[in-house]
Design a protein around this ligand. Structure first.
Ligand code: SAH
Length: 179
């Protein structure tokens, strides 16, 4: 995935280093390693419906589209929503739906999803998102305040959610509401 396309032109030399980088509105594109790590934990199969919280630059979304997922993605920052809408058009990446809104609520009218990926640091696991996960579905969410523990939740039945953890990462915060 050509990561430089998701950064403002002029930052080419930063695009292929394993680091986060500012994308505007105080947000960052994730480390390539983090995008790979989360994508792998999600175990996407072609055609699956995946909900992403935190579209940002669109990079993680584009990786999931390349993995043949049908991606539903939500961004709360209007500036990024507009910028990334233009970029998707230009690059011909087509999420199934790109919504300007609050990811805490998910997309109840579009669920349930085979997978949910949260790309911002959550202090708690939103109940609304758990409710939108299919039985057998996987949710990948970094949980914590200053730094986050990568957490995988597999929904085994209507009421049984099995959690496992995968080490420390650092994300921008998962915030309420939209701006
Ligand atoms: N997946 C992005 C990562 C961007 S950083 C990429 O590949 O570039 C995380 C993003 O989550 C930021 O753009 C931030 O605005 C967004 N975010 C934070 N809280 C959110 C919420 N409640 N709903 C939707 N997006 C949110």
């Amino acid at each position: 995935m050509p990561r430089h396309l998701f950064l403002d032109s002029g930052f080419l030399e930063h695009a292929y280093q394993n680091k986060a980088f500012p994308i505007g509105a105080g947000q960052t594109i994730s480390h390539p390693y983090t995008v790979a790590f989360q994508s792998q934990l999600l175990e996407v199969m072609p055609g699956q419906r995946i909900l992403e919280i935190g579209t940002g630059s669109g990079y993680q979304c584009a990786v999931l589209i390349k993995m043949k997922a049908q991606v539903y993605t939500i961004e709360r920052q209007n500036e990024l929503y507009k910028k990334t809408t233009q970029l998707f058009k230009k690059l011909f990446y087509r999420p199934r739906k790109f919504v300007f809104g609050d990811g805490y609520k998910g997309l109840p009218d579009q669920g349930p999803f085979d997978g949910i990926i949260v790309t911002c640091g959550a202090t708690d696991i939103p109940k609304a998102l758990l409710a939108q996960l299919k039985i057998g579905g996987r949710m990948v969410i970094p949980v914590g305040d200053d730094s986050q523990i990568m957490t995988l939740i597999i929904r085994e039945s209507e009421s049984k959610f099995v959690k496992s953890t995968f080490g420390e990462f650092r994300f921008v915060p998962f915030l309420d509401g939209k701006e």
